[in-house]
Design a binder for this molecule. Structure first.
Ligand code: FAD
Ligand code: SIN
Length: 529
């Protein structure tokens, strides 16, 4: 079966939807998304969007904070462009109907998060992502040029490789003609042809045993792009959010950094506020520092969690500032105004991804990438809090401008073969998939986490290679299904993370190696795979 659009968008989070709304003015758009359209990392974003709106703040300060957090690897031109575009992005969301929280004076309410020198996070209570997803989906759903295909899973990007031509990562020119997509209701693989394709598949938190990310975050976009021989970079920089809830009934529910922005204090089990021992910014130090400090406290004291203490704040303020988080904790018998909240770090964000230039173009023609799947150069070795929604919106816009121009000179490729599933059978061995997935997540958590070493990385590499061989053997014999494709993608992403981490023989930003605890000036460069 064939579907044809001018623009194919893979993913219905903030990046995919905002790109779709822009390009829909110039052509037909197909958005494919693997579950319900709202299911995305975007939908769970809590804290907000970092943007300079206060008269005493400045673009320069936001740029500087971003560069400091990024530990030498941000691209200053990209950072400056993104920061300067922020106010326009917010204006556009408000025009679309987004209802952000206001101060008593009726202005947008701004909070502070770790690594920011000023209050500059605009938010919709503590459910900012839900509000963004709501307005973007409502607009996209009404647009006559946009078709949203839910429960459609992108399996492979179509390039010259599918026409029997040899494609290499660094030498050959490559073009993207669309994607092979599994309709999970009919279980049929369709060809979706497009003149331009946007990868907006989000993050990969599910590669780790504990993650704040929802189940969709399996790194499919990075894996597909890598298989299609696109350039991928900086995959070693995995951000662990310092404060995810430690509770058996709610693994890794995020307790927003805004909680510390409002005055929350991290304490160890003895009650000591420990962050000042690690950084002069104490609880508002950038995330890499806070997550490592917690890890150190847990190891030093043999504890399984630390606490986030808001009990010195007024109950009505906590409820006003963090209504969703307060409600969630209360449902687990934790009253944040009375009880300290048990927290641990969890995998949260991937700074690396599919390499793009400042206009969202990848190394494959006709393939653009925006949002968490991309590595644009804004985050460097460590993302500053609330800069990722900003990045998703800004790069969706830049990609849209380029893609609208690009399709002027392109027609659909008509000679793409159907998906070939000859020699494959339906599987009954679901246990192989679920077991291998758990094994992978455990390996990544234990050996490729907040603190790394050569020994652990080598061990992870060997284990992952074995999983790769097993799963590829299984894949070539089996009719495609989502759990198997996701596992295959997660293994590819794990391989990219481990290989990049093994290449970087220093400690920088989110990548901390016990064997090389210092930054090395000669290593200020991206890891390219
Ligand atoms: P997503 O919003 O994740 O969307 C990806 C889409 O791709 C989904 O629709 C998914 O189903 C689809 N998809 C994936 N693979 C496939 C496939 N193979 N086929 C078809 N569809 C596919 N950032 C901030 O800046 N501020 C915050 O306050 C903040 N809070 C956060 C809180 C939480 C709990 C989490 C998890 C993240 C938070 N982040 C925050 C990060 C931010 O939400 C994400 O980086 C951002 O939303 C990513 O947007 P995106 O459009 O790139 O991807
Ligand atoms: C949070 O609310 O702490 C998440 C913010 C982010 O990931 O940028």
């Amino acid at each position: 079966m064939i579907k044809k659009f001018d623009f194919l968008v893979i993913g219905s989070g903030s990046a995919g939807l905002s790109f779709a709304l822009d390009v829909a003015e110039k052509g037909t758009v197909g958005i494919i998304t693997k579950k319900n359209s709202a299911e995305s990392n975007t939908n769970y974003a809590q804290g907000g969007i970092a943007t300079v709106l206060d008269q005493y703040d400045s673009f320069e300060k936001h740029v500087e904070d971003t560069l400091i957090a990024g530990a030498g690897l941000c691209k200053p031109k990209v950072v400056r462009m993104a920061v300067q575009s922020g106010p326009d992005m917010i204006r556009k969301l408000i025009e679309l109907g987004a209802d952000f929280t206001k101060s008593n004076e009726g202005k947008l309410h701004l909070v502070r998060e770790g690594g920011h020198s000023h209050n500059r996070i605009i938010h919709a209570d503590d459910m900012t992502g839900r509000e963004i997803e709501r307005v973007l989906l409502a607009k996209a759903g009404m647009h006559p040029n946009i078709t949203i295909l839910e429960h459609h899973f992108a399996m492979e990007l179509i390039t010259e490789h599918h026409l029997g031509q040899k494609v290499t990562r660094y030498t050959s020119e490559k073009n993207c003609f669309g994607a092979y997509v599994l309709d999970t209701k009919t279980e049929k693989v369709e060809k979706v042809l497009a003149k331009a394709t946007l990868l907006a598949t989000g993050g990969a938190g599910q590669v780790y045993l504990h993650s704040t990310n929802p189940e969709i975050a399996t790194g499919d976009g990075v894996a597909m792009a890598y298989r299609a021989k696109a350039r991928v970079s900086n995959m070693e920089f995995i951000q662990f959010h310092p404060t995810s809830l430690y509770h058996p009934e709610s693994d890794s529910f995020l307790i927003s950094e805004a909680a510390r922005g409002h005055g929350g204090i991290l304490r160890n089990k003895k009650g000591k506020a420990f962050m000042a021992d690690y950084d002069e910014r104490a609880d508002l130090a950038p995330r890499d520092i806070v997550a490592r400090a917690i890890d150190d406290q847990l190891k030093k004291h043999g504890d399984d969690h630390v606490y986030l203490d808001l009990t010195h704040l007024k109950k009505e303020d906590i409820i006003k500032w963090l209504p969703n988080i307060y409600g969630k904790c209360l449902s687990l018998n934790i009253d944040m105004a009375v009880n300290m909240v048990p927290v641990v770090p969890a995998a949260h964000y991937i700074c690396g991804g599919v390499w793009t230039n400042i206009d969202g173009e990848t190394t494959i023609k006709g393939l653009f990438a925006a949002g968490e799947v991309a590595c644009t150069g804004i985050h460097g070795a460590n993302r500053l809090a609330s800069n990722s929604l900003l990045e998703a919106l800004v790069f969706a816009r830049r990609s849209a401008i380029k893609a609208m121009d690009y399709i002027q000179h392109i027609s659909h490729r008509e000679d793409i073969p159907e998906w070939d599933d000859s020699g494959t059978v339906n599987t009954e061995e679901w246990v192989l998939i679920s077991h291998n997935k758990l094994e992978l997540q455990q390996v990544m958590w234990d050996y490729v986490g907040i603190v790394r070493s050569d020994l652990r990385l080598n061990r992870a590499f060997r284990r992952t290679k074995l999983l790769h061989v097993e799963v590829e053997n299984f894949y070539i014999r089996t009719k495609v299904n989502v759990p198997l494709c996701q596992l295959r993608n997660m293994i590819a992403v794990a391989y990219l993370i481990i290989s990049s981490a093994m290449e970087r023989k220093e400690s920088r930003g989110l990548h901390y190696m016990t064997d090389y605890p210092e930054k090395k000036e000669e290593l200020i460069q991206d890891t390219i795979l």
